[in-house]
Ligand binder design. Structure first.
Ligand SMILES: COc1ccc(-c2cc(=O)c3c(O)c(OC)c(OC)c(O)c3o2)cc1
Ligand SMILES: O=C(O)CCC(=O)C(=O)O
Ligand SMILES: [Fe+2]
Length: 345
């Protein structure tokens, strides 16, 4: 990323019409999917009930991952004092002067750091993000996580630990619901890759012309999304229509990623999502990726692909999978489509 665009700075002086490099009206016009006038109500999963061994809640988790690929996680047990500290740290980070944030600038050809990337037809999303790989520890870049102000780094470290624990518990429960041995799931994700994305969406004077975030599905096993300042904006695609979602405060929104769709041999569906911009309010989020380990082979679970069920996806090493994902132009769920095996009828 040689010359850098900073949406927060652009937004300070933004008037109508908004700068041309953010104007996505052509793409919006060409899009075949319209937005539902009614918001969708996302299913709610109760972590406390799951942990107690409640089989009805496990069945609800299973059917939600099959039919929706996204849910709100309540009673997750992450202390509100910690969530407050993380919120303060993230808000403080995005308020730093630009030259301070630029110390973390995304470097040419890298996926990590602070910045704003061109998406879609060479246009920018209306968001500044800060992406960091946080596990395995030897993959932490010395100029990123360790250099964060301690008011963000310390609570964030604790928060990552809590979310990794929750993620592992959820994946083990999903394995049970799918009929996969815990050992097979653990071989895939124990000490897996972890990444965090902090996102700042400034208010936009003309929100219908821009995209907060281009449509995509996550490459992950699962992603946790946290709306740090309680402002909505996420939309999901269901049956070809976009649905805006509204979440209760203090929940984590969990979505099924492509690697879980592959591992479950298509039983669970990753969800295509995007973010719309807001005319009045800034929006701050944290996305936390729970991923397979770098040494793992990505492919359908061996348990689920014994005869007569054929594997629906190809197998590839995780490192290769990541490289291929980041080298392609982002277009909805097209990368997952590329992983599919064509079976003749
Ligand atoms: C259009 O905006 C976006 C598209 C994709 C992503 C994104 C999704 C991920 O699942 C993901 C990820 O899991 C990941 O860790 C391996 C990662 O590495 C730093 C990502 O950048 C990443 O990006 C975000 C926004
Ligand atoms: O900020 C959001 O609401 C969504 C973020 C997201 O989809 C991602 O980082 O993958
Ligand atoms: Fe996402």
């Amino acid at each position: 990323m040689a010359s850098m665009v900073n949406v927060q700075e652009v937004a300070k002086g933004a008037t109508i019409p908004i700068p041309q490099q953010f104007d996505r009206s052509d793409e919006q016009l060409l899009s075949l999917s319209s937005t539902s006038p009614l918001p969708a109500t996302t299913p709610t999963i109760d972590m406390a009930r799951l942990v107690c061994g409640d089989l009805d809640e496990l069945q609800k988790l299973h059917s939600t991952c099959k039919d929706w690929g996204i849910f709100q996680l309540v009673n997750h047990g992450v202390r509100s004092a910690l969530l407050e500290k993380v919120k303060d740290g993230v808000e403080e980070f995005f308020k730093l002067p630009l030259e301070e944030k630029m110390k973390f600038k995304m470097r040419e050809g890298e996926q990590e750091g602070y910045g704003c990337r061109k998406r879609g037809e060479g246009k920018y999303d209306w968001v500044d993000s800060f992406n960091i790989v946080t596990n395995p520890l030897h993959r932490r870049k010395p100029h990123l996580f360790p250099e964060l102000p301690s008011t963000l780094r310390d609570p964030l470290e604790c928060y990552l630990g809590e979310l990794q624990k929750l993620g592992t518990q959820l994946l083990n429960l999903m394995a049970r619901a799918l009929g996969i041995e815990k050992k097979e799931m653990m071989e895939l994700c124990d000490d897996g890759m972890q990444a965090v994305r902090l996102a700042y969406y400034p208010p936009c004077p003309n929100p219908e012309l821009v995209m907060g975030l281009t449509p995509h599905s996550d490459i992950t096993l699962i992603t946790f999304l946290h709306q740090v300042n309680g402002v909505d904006g996420l939309e999901i695609k269901r049956d070809g229509l976009w649905f805006p979602l509204s979440f209760n405060p203090h929940v984590f929104v969990v979505n099924v990623g492509d690697i879980l769709e592959i591992f479950s041999n298509g039983a669970y569906q990753s969800i295509e999502h995007k973010v719309s911009a807001n005319k009045e309010k800034e929006r701050i989020t944290i996305a936390f990726s729970v991923n397979a380990k770098l040494e793992a082979e990505i492919g359908p679970s061996k348990t689920l692909t014994n005869n007569p069920r054929p594997p629906l996806f190809r197998r590839v090493g995780m490192e290769q999978y990541l490289q291929d994902f980041f080298s392609r132009k982002l277009n909805g769920k097209s990368y997952l489509e590329h992983m599919k095996i064509q079976h003749s009828a």
